[in-house]
Unconditional design. Sequence first.
Length: 495
Amino acid sequence: MVSLVEQGEPLAELARFRGVFYDCLTGRRDALFELADAVLCTDGPVKTLVDLALAPEHRRGHGSLYGALNKGRLDADRLRAELAGLPLPRVGGRLVLAVDVSPWLRPDAATCPDRSFCHTYGRGDAKHQMIPGWPYSFVVALESGRTSWTAVLDAVRLEPGADLAAVTATQLRDVLVRLIAAEQWRAGDPEALVVMDAGYDAPRIAHLLADLPVQNLGRLRSDRVMRRPAPTRAEFAAANPAGGRPPKHGGEFVFGDPATWGNEQVVTTTVTRRYGIAVARAWDRLHPRLTKRAAWLDHDGPLPVIEDTVIRLAVEKLPSGGVNRPVWLWWSGTDADPADVDRCWQVFLRRFDLEHTFRLLKQTLGWTRPRLRDSAAADRWTWLVIAAHTQLRLARPLVADLRRPWERPAEPNKITPARVRRGFRNLHTKAPSPAQAPKPTRPGPGRPPGSKNQRSAARHEVGRVLATGEAYARPSHHKKGTKPRRTATNGQPSS
């Protein structure tokens, strides 16, 4: 058990955060606050939203629960600033942020606005699918070592047709500005490191964040082609005595063709417990060849040359026994030494801790369980779940390990978030609740018996954006109950 002396400072920090979180709720705050407590204290995973109204910590009825989500108000900006000021983990004395998108799938919710097609993975032949839903971009702070804990700092719902790289760059900029304002990073500290997967345009994001003290690390597809630095005037003159226009880019570096790699600048070999021998090779000052199209179509002036470091990581085996393929990484730094290369690939492995956070939010805290119609209510519920997860992180050193008989004992300070949640109800009595007791009231009469709803809900198409930048709209002949007219080869309607 945790002694009262050890609980002093962490318990005070938890109580302070609960008070600030209550102040961030500007509309129907008591119902929203008790709803978050019900998420933390209910037994087992959250499977339905209405079941939370039966938790002892939620002293109001189920009508108040739905009314708070639909009509309540939450100051997300103030809550973001509070999350940035909390104690955050470091990796080797450096802030390491991970960014990724997790979808809240709503395939059959035609009455929900602002839905987009979300990329999902499944099993079987159709393992890459696009399913309608609400995609959310999360930014978290990572810890060192194997763990299922992360510190969630921000979440933004992506609008239909949003530019992922531009939205992510803006989100990261806001997070870094808040961290600097909260003195999480000071002058002289190592630059923060942002880790992202292959779905992001890492060079472009690094270009957009070039004025901030941050480095970017992203995974690249294995079919990419990079360019070497352009030759100097002396080198070009020696190779071309007849003269000519000096090239802007050097020779090609094809990931799938080892003949184009040349000599690497750094090679490191590390013996690991789970992956065997890990060999990392780094090539300095490679860059992608940009063209005036897609995201760079409206760029003013000449296109930039973004020179950075490419790392190829090859391991001896995989713990899962799957197909062992090398991993290509892109780091926004240059002139890397062996310590930089090893730090990059080791930090990239920590990015997968974010997947444990997504699994906890969805399967245990019930983030995607409610069938909400309004996207604003979905944002409100998302921030309630983030506040609940933050309270679990602050309560990490305060609770005992209430493990099941078939579970292994956890090491000190390595209790999983799900086990911390088991003991949060015992801690809830020590952390004061600022929510006021509900006032006695009577339920409304409701709809008269036998009457039907005369106002049908509006239906919304899944948001899509064409190559021209215009929003996609389904043709009128696709309305329910009508059939499209066939067209003959000459373009005239057929009989």
